[in-house]
Write a protein that binds this ligand. Structure first.
Ligand SMILES: Cc1cc2nc3c(=O)[nH]c(=O)nc-3n(C[C@H](O)[C@H](O)[C@H](O)COP(=O)(O)O)c2cc1C
Length: 354
């Protein structure tokens, strides 16, 4: 019996196993609308045995996109474009999730699929970026310090996005508070030097995220609510895993169910120690504090993912690039672990070796 292939249920979300697809931007949307690329890309992971397929960082407002080619969910047309994608994921037996995001001071950048680097000028289709303070990510345009009205608008955008995502058929919503995007810049003292109720001590810097968690929970009571954190800025004077534990506990008190533990992305001068499972210890620290978590980052085999669970480091594992290398990673991992009731689509049964 493999721990990786035991089910996990959170509210309306039923995950048939604990090997999940991490959110991955495709930079392939038009006006924020997902299209046939996203449909095929995401549905194939469900056919490939994933327990949960998390759609990419999806902007709650046009100015919340990382690049002009990012997906969004700021109108009913976006909701309607996502609905068949969520249905295709569910029809193939996986839970459908979507990461709700605002890129903050790292918005309005050229997509990596273009030749451009850094910020897109306004004259070329870019836009003014927002942040807690007028402090730029190294090499990018300086954001405008948000007013209380800007902050209220972002909270309203997250509420509307959550409503639309739930209506589109997603049962997992993940608030993106990692990788140097808007909510992470509020959390970290390296990017937030505000002196009002959204800055200063930890509770102040966490205030915007906690408002959003509370409001999304109220708006969509049945969905599984995840928060992705960067558990470390990997930089002197930055956000730490102990800060993450405290704010995750506050978020859990306000209705967050589950924490997706990543790291980094806030500053270009970060010094990350990379290696297999390099973020697992962060997940374990949150789990020791009584929180439900997934580990993510360089976990590329069924055996490694299984070990993370057996060791009690996490409740589930997300992988990103391994699913790109092999969209049937879930079926392969099940074979590797000798799972007899692996989620092979009946159409593919003749290809099964075990
Ligand atoms: C192409 C690509 C796009 C990504 N886009 C996102 C994203 O939209 N949101 C996010 O939180 N992380 C994003 N990430 C990070 C992944 O979700 C994941 O955390 C990271 O790749 C580490 O896991 P891995 O070693 O299994 O790939 C992206 C990674 C890749 C490779």
């Amino acid at each position: 019996m493999a721990a990786l292939f035991t089910p996990f249920t959170i509210r309306a979300a039923e995950m048939r196993n604990r090997l999940w697809v991490s959110p991955m931007c495709q930079y392939s949307a038009q006006d924020g609308l997902p299209g046939e690329w996203h449909h095929v890309h995401l549905a194939q992971f469900a056919s490939g045995g994933a327990g949960l397929v998390m759609a990419e960082a999806t902007a709650v407002s046009p100015e919340g996109r990382i690049s002009p080619d990012d997906t969004g969910i700021w109108s009913d047309a976006h909701r309607d474009a996502w609905a068949p994608i969520a249905a295709a994921i569910r029809a193939r037996g996986a839970a459908a999730g979507i990461q709700l995001a605002h890129a903050g001071r790292k918005a309005s950048t050229w997509s990596p699929l273009t030749d451009g680097r850094g910020s897109v000028p306004v004259a070329e289709g870019g836009w003014e970026t927002l942040g807690p303070s007028a402090i730029a990510y190294e090499g990018y345009a300086t954001p405008r310090e948000m007013t209380p009205a800007d902050i209220d608008a972002v909270v309203a955008d997250f509420i509307a996005a959550a409503r639309r995502a739930a209506d589109a058929g997603f049962t997992v919503l993940e608030v993106h508070a990692a990788h140097g995007y808007l909510l992470h810049t509020f959390l970290s003292p390296l990017s937030n030097t505000r002196t009002d109720e959204y800055g200063g001590p930890l509770a102040g810097r966490a205030h915007l995220l906690l408002r959003i968690v509370e409001a999304v929970r109220r708006e969509t009571p049945d969905i599984a609510l995840f928060v992705r954190f960067s558990a470390s800025d990997w930089a002197e004077g930055g956000w730490s895993v102990e800060d993450t534990v405290q704010v995750a506990q506050w978020a859990a008190d306000r209705g967050a169910d589950f924490f997706d533990v990543s790291s980094g992305g806030l500053v270009a001068h970060q010094r990350i120690t990379l290696g297999p499972g390099y973020q697992v210890a962060f997940a374990r620290r949150l789990r020791e504090a009584g929180l439900a978590v997934n580990a993510v980052g360089l976990i590329d085999s069924g055996a490694h993912a299984e070990q993370v669970l057996v060791d009690g480091d996490a409740d589930a594992v997300m992988s990103g690039r391994e699913w790109l290398r092999d969209p049937h990673f879930g079926l392969r991992a099940a074979g590797e672990l000798g799972v007899s009731d692996a989620p092979w689509p009946p159409q593919y049964a003749r290809a099964r070796r075990h």
